[in-house]
Design a protein around this ligand. Structure first.
Ligand code: C5P
Length: 238
């Protein structure tokens, strides 16, 4: 199994909490997700710190705005050298295209590798009722697949989706398309606010490129033991 397949979400809001968690996880985790909780609290500092520690970083800010703003916003994040950035596919094809093009141009101009750019399809916390509440008439699965196809057409490297939709996206978008899946709950761990969940093994078997795990690691009495158990489960699933 590749050592980048487990991404631990650093969903904390102080530098000391983040440092303690990264230290406790040690060599077991090489990839971290920095989301809005940590980024809004500390700006890019933790991303730079993680990169300096030799970790890879998925900067999960889910950009969703007009095409020009998203393109420029992504370029502003480039200085932090994240390995993965994301936008929300709900911004549509033109927005995603503008983001991908601006990011590639900026990376090329600066002579640095371009981060992978992926699109959030439908949040894993949403269920059918939430979806209908927004006025949608089709299913979440259909919307996720449609959005994955649009992301691919826009030149994105992949998507964020729930493990439940992964098989179909893999079939449609091919082996090189990144599918990053949150909503991961090992057996016996509660769902919290997540709705479309699956076990680590289930997600890997469905064809996920990488899985994102937050509270099942950070909230465990021994986060390192929890991460190692998840890695073992992923290994066995392959
Ligand atoms: O604690 P838990 O494992 O549920 O955390 C999942 C992480 O993945 C959170 O940081 C959340 O913001 C993120 N995420 C998600 N669903 C998406 C995109 C990102 O849960 N569609």
């Amino acid at each position: 199994m590749a050592d980048d397949q487990l991404i631990a979400a650093l969903d904390v809001h102080t530098r000391s909490e983040a440092e303690v968690l990264v230290q406790r996880l040690g060599e077991s985790v090489g990839y971290y997700k920095v989301g809005m909780e940590l980024f809004y609290a500390l700006g890019g500092d933790m991303v730079l710190w993680l990169k300096n520690e030799g970790k890879r970083v998925f900067l999960d800010l889910k950009l969703h705005d007009i095409p020009n703003t998203v393109g420029n916003g992504l370029c502003s994040l480039l200085r932090l050298r994240p390995d993965i950035l994301n936008v929300h596919t709900a911004g549509g094809l033109r927005m995603m295209k503008a983001g991908a093009e601006a990011l590639h141009r900026a990376a090329e101009a600066q002579g640095i590798p371009c981060p992978k750019l992926i699109g959030v399809t439908v949040l894993t916390s949403m269920d059918a009722e939430d979806w209908r509440g927004l006025g949608h008439t089709g299913t979440i699965a259909d919307a996720v697949l449609r959005r994955a196809q649009l992301a691919q057409e826009a030149g994105l490297d992949g998507v964020v989706a729930s493990p439940a939709e992964t098989l179909e996206i893999r079939r449609t978008c091919g082996d090189d398309f990144l599918i990053v899946t949150p909503g991961i709950r090992p057996a016996g761990v509660g769902n919290d606010d997540q709705r479309r969940v699956m076990t680590p093994a289930g997600a890997i078997r469905a064809g996920a490129s990488q899985i994102v795990v937050g509270r099942a690691i950070s909230g465990a009495p021994d986060p390192r033991a929890a991460a190692e158990l998840i890695l073992k489960e992923m290994e066995e699933a392959l």
